[in-house]
Structure formats: C-alpha cells, structure tokens
Design a protein around this ligand. Sequence first.
Ligand SMILES: NC(=O)c1ccc[n+]([C@@H]2O[C@H](COP(=O)([O-])OP(=O)(O)OC[C@H]3O[C@@H](n4cnc5c(N)ncnc54)[C@H](O)[C@@H]3O)[C@@H](O)[C@H]2O)c1
Length: 285
Amino acid sequence: MTTIALPRLALIGYGAIGAEIEACLKRLGETDRLVAVLVRPGRSAPAAVHDVEALIAARPEVVIECAGHEAALAYCRPLLRAGIDVLLSSIGILSDDAVLADLTQAEAEGGGRLLLGAGAVAGLDGLTAAALAGVDAVTYLSYKPPHAWRGTLAEQTIDLDHEVEEVVFFQGSARQAARDYPKNANVAIAVALSALGPDRTQVKLVSSRKVTDPLGVIEAEGAFGRFRFEVLALAAPSNPKTSALTAYSLLQCVRLDAGLPVLLLPGVKTIAMFTHADRFAETRA
Ligand SMILES: NC(=O)c1ccc[n+]([C@@H]2O[C@H](COP(=O)([O-])OP(=O)(O)OC[C@H]3O[C@@H](n4cnc5c(N)ncnc54)[C@H](O)[C@@H]3O)[C@@H](O)[C@H]2O)c1
C-alpha cells in the first residue's frame, strides 16, 4: 500500500479555528505536519513564529489563514509569491476586485495557489458543477438569532427586539452584503465565487427567533435542476461568531487536497482574471 504524506502545513492565527485545527491534528497523530503557526508578537502557540519571513522559512507547502481580514490582506500576497499555497478562511476580502486581481497576480508571479474551502457551509462543489451545467439563480440565506446581529448595520435597519418570528433585513447582491455586513461576508463570497459571481448572487440576511445557532441555506436553480443545501453549524466553544465546522472543513481541505483554486472558480470572471489565468497556466505548464 502506498502511504500518502500529508503536506507540510502552517497556520496564520491561533484563535478558535487555529486551536481547533491543532487539537484535531493531535487526535489524528499528525502534529508533525504542522511546521509553523504565525501569531502576534508576545503570543504563544505550537511552532510559533512572529513574522511572515519566519513563516516562509519554515517551508510549509500550504498555509491556512484563520486570523481575519486584516491578516489575510497582509500575508496572502508574500506567501503566494513565495510559491506557497494559501487556503483562505477570510474569503470576504475577495469581494474587492482590486484585491482579487492583486492576489491572482501574486499567484502568477510566485506559483502559490489561492484556495477556498466551504468553511462554515458545504455544497460549493455542487455549485461549481451547476455553473457548468447551467445555473440561473443562486441565493445564500443566513439566519441568526436577533442577538447575533448586534454590532452590525442590522441594528440601524430594524428593531432587533422584534416580536415577529423572522425579519429579512437585507436582500441584495453578495457584493453589497460583503460591503454592508463584512463580518458575514466570508460564506456569501465563497458561494458567489463558486457560480454566478458577487453581483449576480443574491443574499438574504434574516433575524430569526426560530434558530439558536447560525443556519446557512444555499439555493440554486437553472438548466441543471434545483439545489438546496442547509447547514446548522453550531458555534465554536471559544468563539460564538465562528461555526466549529469551519476548522474541520479547512483541515480536510488540506488533508484531502480538496481546496478550490480561486482562479478556476466560475464566479471569478473578469477580463483581468482571465489575463492572469492565462499567464498562470503558462507558468504552471
Ligand atoms: N469561511 C468561513 O466559513 C469562516 C467562518 C468563520 C470564520 N472565518 C474567518 O476566520 C477568521 C478567524 O476565525 P476565529 O474564530 O478563529 O477567530 P478568533 O478571533 O478566535 O481568532 C483569530 C486569531 O487570529 C489572531 N490574529 C489576528 N490578526 C493576526 C495577525 N495579523 N497575525 C497573527 N495573528 C493574528 C488573533 O489574535 C486571534 O488569536 C475570522 O476572522 C473570519 O474571517 C471564516
């Protein structure tokens, strides 16, 4: 039997997701694959490093970003340019076309791949297939209990002490959703990039008394048929804003080599992207 070596893995961030990934690697007996964890100066973690140069020097084959939008914006580019794959959890940064173009340019220059995983949802593989088979409409619905929307623009849009069971307080494109509700952008943009892109993918944000934890629903329809995927992903014990499933989704993407290359996704379709894609294909050939 052939033994397949798991890639040398590193993390950016050691919060709810990072710690869960490390704990899971321990349970699997695979901690030797974790070669570095980038944390802020003064913070500790297994195999801790404190700057991107040290992260690159540890020679990971793939880095899971699980630190947030600011860290993703700071570190993805140098890693891709160093030829290292990056599995992105803070996918919302890709709602900005300039960021998307910049990172795909870094891929073309360095050979690292920018990868997505489904994170807190699932079903992105089905969406990419539907995009080829013919899809006309994709909607991502995010249901959360009223208190979970506090600290967002929803507070200024509706009374979060509403008595009715459900209030749809946002309905618009994934790009608008990412702009107005950046903390909820990661899944919306992952769904968008998997099929129709940020402008044609619809998002509905719902304050609901029927749920206690985040409920995500992806609906798609078109020539391929109909698709509905629903996931009630319970919050991580150490961060109520993060579904625990996210850590396992990211880790399995690395273990199974199943991250989706952003450049090849159906929703990544601007002229600039295709220009970079051609160059990227040439550098890989
Ligand atoms: N794709 C998805 O479905 C999905 C779901 C949940 C969260 N996320 C993303 O994952 C991110 C992390 O989630 P979490 O629950 O682990 O958050 P968390 O707040 O528990 O942990 C984040 C950690 O990253 C560290 N960090 C932040 N900036 C850093 C930097 N520049 N350098 C080094 N470390 C840095 C923080 O100190 C913290 O320890 C979120 O911000 C979000 O963008 C994605």
